[in-house]
Design a protein around this ligand. Structure first.
Ligand code: TEU
Length: 557
């Protein structure tokens, strides 16, 4: 049987605003992406996941869409898009679009109409409710970016629901017209020749109609919408309908961003026979921490990571497909969060993390700049933030007087989404070669050393290491299809596992710490080939003293 191409692919996420600016306005754009396709070809990735490029007032950097069939002015035009798609395809690179259909912008024409009157044909495209008797919001739900999830609209004396910012009203998926509009729009993009969709918060499109108060309250006193909006009553029906009407008609890759997903739900969304999506993003390994809501300066313990990632590896095996990632545009930089971004260990720990992830089963996602070992930004003041979530968090926690700035600041800068959104560091010239103008967000000051120009031709760089990992995946089917088994489960420093396919086996060893530690290489690996490692070692026999963050992969036939 021919396996699906997306199981063998490696995906690279582009956040267009921060990738490459071609016209000097300080904002990345489509022509900028086209100009760097050869770079991605050199890296060896098969697919680009493009964060939203549609028309948007940019309250949430494009995740608030005002026209799904047009391109954001700052990013260029539809002909720039068509050219980028063609140039990518000419290089054998596919393009997966971000599909943001849990909500639109409040500037989308559907919402502009919807709010006009109670009998407007678009009224029921969104979720409107009457105020309580005292005029307050219909329930106690808090929005993801702070404040109430309801916004009062005095024109019709009703509230509309927004699980994110008030400029992102939630669509009413229970209305068949909404579903048809979305499916038509998806078909329109498929006809253009795009190769798939990453579906933004797709687990939230179906809401429990009664909308009761959330029991669990946050620090602001708002109740949680999660039990009533995540994996809601009809989410699987709607995805099956989408699959039937659109997805099954094309050769696509689909990945659902499914906050709050567990194994059982993942098997429903992305089961081999569920006729919904190809895979989902799970969040357990990136959202297990948190002191003040999501904000924390603590690290995820190795024991948790081992247990958690292994659970996903073994429990989806042969019935659903994993997506593998350390970071994305909503998460801090991988090397700063899970590795060690000091100048001494940045390089080796970035390579160790890459080994750990890329040797697992699933489709790996590389977030722009991760392949260079880009790090978190050393934020010092509130005005350096651009992200709506970070700015609101500072207001809600510090400016409101709830927590002292000294206490909250390390947590904020540790987790801020803006860490991932600083411009890609292309070279050591001004603004890291990202723009000739003033960048919309500051460039990380370490660009003189951490940049693509330094790394692309250096065989020992983080970039070259990613390049090798990607090439290995294409050479050894065991990396794609082998069965995963955790070994040394109680070891406090080493994350190690095997992959088995027929009579072949891989041994993946990662020292997750900066301590030296001991490892005895199993006898059966004597004489095995070392496929990749981040230190040069002559042999891998017997008792080894592992270097800080040392990682290697042995293959035996
Ligand atoms: O994110 C939704 C989501 O649940 C989270 O990743 C969330 O943004 C994060 O935990 C906040 O800390 C998606 C997009 O990826 C994000 O960029 C958008 O802001 C959001 O949906 C709304 O469209």
């Amino acid at each position: 049987m021919k396996e699906a191409w997306w199981k063998e692919a490696v995906v690279y996420q582009i956040y267009p605003r921060s990738f490459m600016d071609s016209d000097g306005d300080g904002i990345g754009d489509l022509k900028g992406i086209t100009s760097r396709l050869d770079y991605l070809k050199t890296l060896g990735v098969d697919v680009i996941w493009l964060s939203p490029v549609y028309q948007s007032p940019n309250d949430d950097n494009g995740y608030d869409i005002s026209n799904y069939r047009d391109i954001m002015d700052e990013f260029g035009s539809m002909s720039d898009f068509d050219e980028m798609l063609k140039e990518a395809h000419d290089r054998g690179i596919r393009i997966v679009m971000d599909l943001v259909v849990n909500h639109t912008s409040d500037e989308h024409k559907w919402f502009v109409e919807s709010r006009k009157s109670k009998d407007n044909p678009y009224r029921d495209y969104y979720i409107w409710r009457n105020p309580k008797e005292d005029g307050s919001a219909p329930n106690n739900w808090g929005a993801s970016f702070g404040g109430s999830a309801w916004e009062y609209d005095k024109n019709t004396d009703m509230y509309y629901l927004h699980l994110f910012s008030k400029k992102q009203p939630d669509l009413n998926w229970d209305n068949p017209n909404v579903r048809d509009e979305v499916f038509d729009m998806m078909t329109w993009w498929c006809e253009k020749g795009i190769d798939g969709f990453r579906m933004d918060v797709i687990s939230m499109i179906s809401k429990t109609p009664e909308m009761p108060d959330g029991e669990e309250t946050d620090a602001q006193g708002y109740g949680s919408f999660a039990p009533y909006c995540i994996h809601g009553p009809h989410v699987h029906d709607y995805l099956k309908e989408m699959n039937k009407k659109v997805l099954s008609q094309y050769d696509l890759m689909t990945v659902g961003e499914t906050a709050g997903v567990d194994i059982e739900q993942a098997r429903k969304y992305a089961g081999e026979n569920s006729h919904e999506l190809n895979m989902v993003f799970q969040f357990e390994h990136v959202e297990s921490d948190g002191k003040y809501g999501k904000w924390t300066d603590e690290r995820v313990p190795l024991s948790f990571l081992k247990e958690n990632l292994s659970k996903w590896q073994t429990q989806l095996y042969e019935n659903a497909w994993n997506s593998l990632y350390w970071d994305n545009h909503d998460q801090p930089r991988a090397v700063s969060r899970f590795g060690d971004d000091s100048s001494k260990y940045r390089d080796v720990s970035a390579k160790m993390l890459a080994t750990l992830l890329h040797m697992m089963q699933g489709t790996p996602y590389i977030y722009q700049g991760e392949e260079l070992g880009m790090t978190n930004y050393p934020f010092q003041s509130k005005d350096q933030f651009r992200d709506i979530e970070s700015i609101h968090a500072y207001e809600d926690w510090v400016e409101s007087g709830k927590v002292k700035r000294e206490e909250f600041w390390p947590c904020l800068i540790n987790k801020s989404r803006d860490n991932a959104r600083t411009p890609v560091q292309w070279d050591d010239t001004e603004n890291a070669g990202f723009t000739t103008g003033t960048p919309w967000i500051d460039v990380n000051p370490n660009y003189k050393t951490v940049n693509a120009k330094n790394e692309v031709n250096d065989p020992d760089s983080v970039f070259s290491y990613y390049q090798q990992l990607i090439a290995l995946r294409k050479t050894y089917p065991i990396i794609v299809y082998g069965k995963y088994d955790l070994i040394l489960s109680d070891d406090e420093n080493i994350f190690a596992y095997t992959r088995t396919l027929d009579d072949r086996q891989l041994l993946v060893v990662c020292n997750y710490t900066k301590k030296n530690c001991k490892l005895r290489v199993p006898k059966e690996y004597e004489g095995a080939d070392c496929l990749i490692s981040n230190y040069n070692r002559d042999n891998y026999r017997g008792m080894l003293e592992l270097n800080p963050y040392e990682a290697f992969v042995l293959f035996r036939k």
